[in-house]
Design a protein. Structure first.
Length: 170
């Protein structure tokens, strides 16, 4: 009689880019202490088993660009392994995590950590928000012109008709 073998599973991977680093979360439930992680300049290799030995997690990712394999941060829990990978060349955001353009079903965007390249510019604009609002002509008039403009909301409204006319229509 043969023993049960572990089911091989590709864990879900969530990622988010920055100009100088990449955030990666590898979702591996009940695999906190029982895994091997190898990070090289262009590759992430992950192998692990859950506590019961029912699932064997295998992950082999060829990265879009090089990272600093000696300077990265790692944190693991019962649910996931978190990585903060420093990029070798700071610059524009990576358009994808992987070198290949082919879609891997297990690699997904981490919208909890996602930040667009333009978000830095938006923050700079937010600092000047009050100045922009003061420069805008919100009221639609220049100083001193208020007397010349007549608002249509000031016109008298006609009286409402009696309900008796409505009863005759029914």
């Amino acid at each position: 009689m043969t023993g049960l073998t572990a089911v091989k599973v590709a864990p879900e991977v969530f990622w988010a880019p920055r100009k100088d680093r990449i955030f990666v979360r590898i979702m591996v439930r009940d695999c906190a202490d029982n895994y091997d992680l190898n990070i090289s300049e262009k590759k992430i290799l992950f192998r692990g088993k859950d506590k019961e030995g029912n699932r064997e997690f295998n992950l082999d990712l060829d990265l879009y660009e090089e990272i600093d394999s000696k300077k990265y941060k790692k944190s693991s829990s019962d649910r996931m392994v978190k990585l903060c990978l420093n990029r070798k060349k700071e610059g524009i955001f990576w358009p994808r995590l992987l070198e290949t353009k082919a879609k891997m079903h297990c690699v997904k965007t981490d919208f909890d950590l996602w930040q667009d390249e333009s978000d830095d510019e938006v923050e700079d604009d937010a600092a000047n928000w009050e100045t922009m609002m003061n420069n805008m002509n919100i009221g639609g008039t220049e100083m001193g012109e208020e007397d010349e403009l007549e608002d249509s909301d000031d016109d008298d409204l006609p009286d409402l008709e009696d309900d008796k006319d409505m009863e005759q229509l029914e």
